[in-house]
Design a protein around this ligand. Structure first.
Ligand SMILES: [Zn+2]
Length: 105
């Protein structure tokens, strides 16, 4: 009778392993936030306010970008929202210049 259940158990283990990987990323993010004494911040991609304690995976519930880290708010203002960095922007070290210098007419 036990043999019949083995396949089911293996499937469950795989699913759990996958969930563990996701949780590891999220707990990294939470640890980083705790170091800054915050529990959330603004999504770098869509500017939505995100509460890390409400997330089940390190993904923005609003724009679905994957969070890669937490950037603390301004040091002179402990109440300012930290930024939750997203994968798309943090891999691009070159700041956008187009919007800062609009073409003159
Ligand atoms: Zn977002």
């Amino acid at each position: 009778m036990v043999d019949e259940r083995l396949d089911e158990v293996e499937e469950t283990v795989e699913t759990v392993a996958q969930a563990e990987r996701t949780r590891a990323d999220l707990s990294d993010l939470r640890r980083e936030a705790q170091r800054s004494n915050v529990d959330g911040g603004r999504c770098e991609s869509c500017d939505a306010r995100v509460d890390l304690s409400m997330l089940t995976e390190p993904v923005c519930p609003s724009c679905e970008e994957t969070f890669t880290g937490v950037a603390a708010g301004s040091s002179w203002n402990p109440f300012s929202d930290p930024t939750l960095r997203t994968r798309s922007r943090s891999t691009d070290p070159v700041p956008p210049t187009d919007s800062e210098f609009p073409p003159r007419e």
